[in-house]
Design a protein around this ligand. Structure first.
Ligand code: HEC
Ligand code: HEC
Ligand code: HEC
Ligand code: HEC
Length: 380
């Protein structure tokens, strides 16, 4: 890698002197200057899953109807004691480099978008939820037009699931989608959400703070079937009234579990590459760890999808682009190729997500999937 050129010392002295003179000239005598202004409010965090914190309801509200989902979530790493992590020494070091005050780390910082669930109450106070909770993945449920009140109503009072009309179903699901609900059927939106957190989207966090870019082993398929899995409905009394929505919903007659696994795997891989490209297009330093590591990840992603003829058009540019990034050749002033390749991947992934997975029967699933399924949490 090429070393950055250093600024000669005498130039620094020149800069500093110029800056001092300029600031002395710019500042009028402080006599009748107003009292010192309070510091500006912290920059609104936009990294990670940047959800609308004022619409977050919290998992206690889901408990009545989704007991098993809550139990599965509580047993997962996402519900871990994240505040211990964010109060640790490592966290403070990252935060310092990002200009975040230690007292803000666990309330109003960008860290909360990924390590917890940001929530703001009506009085504007931070009521952060420990852990990546339901609405981090499914999007906030509350607010005037939120999906909470609509998502489980099948018609006029007393209407059971089997009695819902086609029209009502259509309106209900469209309304929930419009309100932002990420539903289990929408594998594309869900995979995108995973990578908003599992692949850092902020160059500074990696280059300056040295936060890890990604967990190399992360994979939507194995992780959705493992630590995150909660689409079982073994005990109908304890769950929402449905069996797994993917296989048991209107228009779902050809869907199978295997089809689901294939779709999740393929869509996950394509979305991983898409996210890498979009993040690289935002990067400014071609020689920083961030851009270089994204390039290396893209090369791996490109290998993973190399045999998929059905996605050839969308994946053919990945090896070249990965090589360029890994060699420090990102051009921050012209990212059109990166964006174009990302758009193609998105279109291919969305199309596959809308199918039932049967068109992917040639795709070989990694063995890990079955093993994960065995290890997955089972409701007692
Ligand atoms: C009054 C009971 C009730 C409450 C409270 C409730 N849900 Fe649901 N939820 C249901 C039912 C019933 C379904 C199944 C809907 C169907 O048949 O399409 C469901 C489905 C879902 C789905 C899957 C939607 C899909 O189409 O894939 C998600 C996600 C979900 N709920 C999340 C939540 C979250 C998060 C909360 C708490 C903020 C919550 N629910 C609160 C009853 C409820
Ligand atoms: C875009 C999402 C994202 C953001 C923003 C983020 N993190 Fe992380 N962080 C993660 C993920 C995902 C992991 C787990 C990585 C793994 O398992 O490889 C992690 C791991 C950690 C760890 C434990 C492991 C380690 O490598 O030290 C600490 C501590 C940490 N983050 C602190 C912070 C702090 C403090 C901030 C804010 C300055 C922050 N993170 C911002 C996603 C994020
Ligand atoms: C809001 C941010 C966020 C979202 C969204 C998110 N994760 Fe995570 N995830 C994290 C963080 C942070 C950790 C590390 C937790 C810890 O160890 O403290 C983690 C940990 C995990 C782990 C455990 C890893 C281990 O060390 O064993 C798995 C598996 C996982 N996530 C899968 C997923 C999947 C699959 C999705 C999408 C369906 C997803 N995550 C969505 C932030 C997120
Ligand atoms: C890390 C991301 C993540 C978190 C956190 C999360 N979910 Fe999910 N949820 C998913 C994914 C992915 C699916 C798709 C179904 C599957 O394959 O497991 C899903 C599916 C569902 C479904 C539909 C199940 C079905 O049969 O299709 C419900 C209901 C649900 N989630 C409720 C919840 C509730 C309630 C919480 C909080 C206690 C929660 N989820 C937390 C990612 C998440």
């Amino acid at each position: 890698m090429i070393k950055k050129r250093r600024t000669p010392f005498f130039l620094w002295i020149g800069f500093v002197t110029a800056a001092l003179v300029a600031s002395a000239l710019a500042q009028p005598p402080a006599k009748d200057a107003p009292a010192k202004k309070p510091p500006p409010p912290p920059r609104l965090p936009t990294s990670g899953a940047a959800i609308d914190a004022s619409r977050v309801e919290g998992h206690a509200l889901c408990m009545d109807c989704h007991r098993s989902e809550v139990a599965a979530w509580q047993a997962s790493k996402h519900a871990g004691s994240v505040f211990d992590l964010l109060r640790g020494k490592g966290a403070e070091e990252y935060a310092e480099k990002m200009g975040i005050r230690p007292t803000d780390i666990a309330s109003s910082s960008m860290c909360v978008n990924c390590h917890a669930t940001p929530r703001i109450d009506v009085a504007g106070r931070h009521r952060t939820i420990a852990g990546v909770s339901c609405e981090s993945c499914h999007n906030p449920a509350g607010g005037e037009h939120g999906w909470l009140n609509a998502h489980a109503v099948y018609g006029p009072k007393g209407t059971l699931r089997g009695q819902e009309t086609d029209e009502h179903f259509k309106n209900r699901t469209e309304r929930c989608q419009k309100a932002g609900q990420i539903r289990s059927i929408d594998i594309y939106a869900m995979a995108k959400r995973c990578y908003e957190c599992h692949l850092i989207g902020d160059e500074k966090l990696v280059n300056d703070a040295k936060h890890r870019l990604s967990d190399q082993g992360f994979d939507v398929l194995k992780d959705m079937l493992g630590d995150v899995r909660h689409n079982f409905h073994l005990d109908q009394k304890q769950n929402a009234l449905v069996a797994t929505l993917w296989t048991n919903q209107r228009g779902a007659k050809d869907r199978t579990d295997k089809g689901r696994q294939r779709s999740a795997y393929v869509v996950g891989q394509l979305v991983a590459a898409e996210t890498i490209l979009r993040n690289a297009a935002k990067a400014k330093d071609p020689e920083g760890d961030y851009a270089i590591e994204l390039g290396e990840l893209l090369l791996t992603a490109s290998d993973n999808v190399a045999d998929w003829e059905f996605a050839e058009d969308a994946t053919e540019a990945l090896e070249d682009l990965g090589g360029q990034l890994a060699d420090g050749e990102l051009d921050p002033d012209d990212t059109s190729e990166l964006i174009e390749a990302a758009d193609k991947l998105a279109a291919a992934a969305k199309k596959i997500a809308e199918g039932d997975g049967s068109e992917l029967s040639d795709v070989e699933l990694p063995k890990i999937a079955d093993e994960q399924l065995q290890k997955a949490y089972q409701p007692k």
